[in-house]
Design a protein around this ligand. Sequence first.
Ligand code: AMP
Ligand code: MG
Length: 424
Amino acid sequence: MAQLTDDCFAFSGPLLPLTDMERLIGERVAPVDGVERVPLRLARGRVTADDVIAPVALPPFDNSAVDGYAVRHADLSAEGDTKLAVAGRLMAGAQSDVAIRPGEAIRIFTGAAMPAGADTVFMQEDVTVDGDTVAVPKGLKRGANSRFAGEDLPAGNVALPAGTVLDAQHVALAAAIGLTELDVRRRLRVAIFSTGDEVVEPGGLRHGAAIYDANRFLLAALLERLGAEVTDLGILSDDPDGLARALKNSSAGHDLVVTSGGVSTGEADHVRGAVEAIGSLVFWRIAIKPGRPVAMGVIRGASHNESAAFVGLPGNPVAVFVTFVRVVKPLLRRLSGALPQTLHPLPVRVAFAYKKKKDRREYVRVSLRRGVDGELEAVKHPQDGAGILTSLTETDGLLEFAEDVTSVAPGDRVGFLSYADLMN
Ligand code: AMP
Ligand code: MG
């Protein structure tokens, strides 16, 4: 499983900025071993294990980008129309060794290979046909409406770098260069638990002081979106020995174990102690809100080579979501061999005033709407408690307030990250 040292998550500062957290993950966590070859149709969501090199050029040959007439640019008059003899006809896919001679045009269709010697194509809408001749206007640039072999990707170039998380466009490129299979990293195996004496299975018997488990479903869905194989290990009660036993057993066969709840300093918060008893634990007080301290560690199973990374998230579902996308996701990507992701929050106008503490990154749940002038603006959800799940279902994404910002006024611009951006 994951090759982690006891102190890989150790950090001595007071509040760890997010950028430092990302750097620590890059420096101290190594991707898991294990590569498998998958057919292209099953490759979406997987991570390329090596650079994928183009065995052929894309496109493989010079071809026409339009339906029209292929010509030799050197034949064209700079002063007015040029009359050319239509000497042939080339459909897409037609094998031909047609070569164009001076004074000729070849009728050509989109995707057809350019005749040898032709370098420019007129669109059929722009020419005048008269029997076997065609009159083409002046002013078209050499190379117009033509696509050149390798202009998309030369043969031998890197089509997809190692660590690419394959999505539809990457699979399409691999297919376009003729590949049928790709070497990808094996899927990560992740175990999840919920903790808490008050937490019960949805659909199960619920006594008056119990709540249905939301976090395991949140975590399973987030992890599966990122391509992990999830083992759902259920709900653990707030019992130190039971927790330690369950966590120890879970390390076997898993790269990562994620729990929610029980990590703060209440009397029923035993996750810290349980992890310390069976492995090593550090607390990352990350400079992020929402998201109280996140427990990071390594847990060891019965046999010596069975170890897994551990992340203990807070219990409140919104805090679970934010700490997952900002802390667990970078760790998961690193373990999976994926390149680090750079998020680009898009500036949107805020419709509200907001104050925050300096030196921490803050995330605010917002909906987007059109302002009276038609510009997009962000509206804060009226409830900002970390336990308010509808504040996630009724909004579009998170505004990201940078560390150095302390207040914004209506009309200011703040970076917006959609839930889709955050979860991918
Ligand atoms: P804790 O960190 O264990 O004190 O939990 C903080 C809050 O999150 C408490 O109100 C818990 O009831 C709630 N909570 C913990 N686990 C879950 C869960 N799996 N689903 C929904 N809410 C939870
Ligand atoms: Mg609890």
